[in-house]
Design a protein around this ligand. Structure first.
Ligand SMILES: NC(=O)c1ccc[n+]([C@@H]2O[C@H](COP(=O)([O-])OP(=O)(O)OC[C@H]3O[C@@H](n4cnc5c(N)ncnc54)[C@H](O)[C@@H]3O)[C@@H](O)[C@H]2O)c1
Length: 272
């Protein structure tokens, strides 16, 4: 098929706001690559100290070594589905950095397919990482933030699949919509401690999670045709949104869904 993707032609112009996150310590899960890594890079550029964590410990260490531009980039191997590991890594990161002010629940996995095709093993894995993993990190980070007494940020990487049923993403949609409500409940429980909780809902960016699927021009063409802006997002754009939510400019935003989709959700029923 002769299809030229609009996404691959687009180069975002996103400029870090230097110093906006100075004095803040962030811990990002699943940050060895993709969206998590882009968020780590952006946070470092804006002056935060960043704990880059991932189930791929070597990948996390490599990302920290590559991204550290005079800021503080530390790394840990962290499987978010392992409660004991979540507790020990968050405690250690807080001790090394002088607390944790920002948690980004980014780690995620997807097994594409319909409900009828979904094995119980795949279902349980997606729930364990995409939903329960976020609960583990939220509970442990919130405990630290409340103890520190200086507020905090819980930023969850949801998806447009948190909001709308998405074809061939059955279990993933269920997990990501659970994450949406986890974020909203956390927002209510922690607001009195100055801790905000928000869900970012990207429609998509090309990363390892979907690269194989999107390498099919027919799939990419169909997807881009569904998005009013005519292209997918980029990891840099998603990172820019995360940096804004992490900053004090977003002190008054909590329990929100920040949809990053080129108009896809708004235009779901709009003829094109
Ligand atoms: N790329 C997209 O189009 C898109 C769209 C919407 C939402 N998201 C979400 O963004 C997040 C990041 O995805 P990505 O696109 O960068 O994919 P990715 O596959 O490039 O990155 C995911 C990272 O999570 C790590 N990971 C997997 N299981 C883990 C576990 N148990 N504990 C800790 N880390 C683990 C992986 O090693 C990997 O580094 C995910 O939550 C994903 O669902 C992605």
């Amino acid at each position: 098929m002769n299809y030229e993707s609009n996404t691959s032609l687009y180069r975002p112009r996103v400029t870090p706001v230097r110093g906006r996150l100075a004095g803040r310590n962030a811990l990002i899960t699943g940050a060895a690559r993709g969206i998590g890594r882009a968020i780590a890079e952006r946070f470092l550029q804006e002056g935060a100290a960043v704990a880059i964590t991932d189930i791929d410990g070597e990948g996390a260490a490599a990302a920290a070594a590559e991204l550290d531009c005079g800021g503080v980039a530390l790394s840990w191997k962290l499987d978010v589905s392992n409660r004991a590991e979540v507790e020990s890594v968050l405690d250690e990161a807080a001790a090394r950095m002088g607390g944790v002010d920002i948690l980004v629940n980014n780690a995620g996995v997807i097994v594409f397919g319909s409900l009828m095709e979904c094995s119980i093993g795949d279902w349980e894995r997606m729930m364990a990482v995409d939903l329960t993993g976020a609960l583990h990190c939220t509970q442990v980070a919130a405990r630290l933030m409340i103890g520190q007494g200086r507020g905090g940020r819980l930023i969850h990487i949801g998806s447009t699949a948190s909001l709308l049923p998405t074809a061939q993403q059955a279990a993933y949609c269920v997990a990501k919509s659970g994450l949406r409500m986890l974020s909203k409940v956390a927002a209510m429980e922690f607001v009195k401690h100055g801790i905000t909780s928000n869900l970012l809902c990207p429609e998509g960016a090309v990363t390892e999670i979907n690269r194989e699927l999107l390498s099919d021009p027919a799939v990419m063409g169909r997807l881009e045709a569904m998005i009013p802006a005519g292209r997918m997002g980029t990891v840099e754009e998603i990172a820019a949104l995360a940096a804004f939510v992490a900053s004090s400019e977003a002190d008054y935003i909590t329990g929100a869904e920040l949809v990053h989709d080129g108009g896809a959700v708004n235009g779901a029923l709009w003829w094109r």
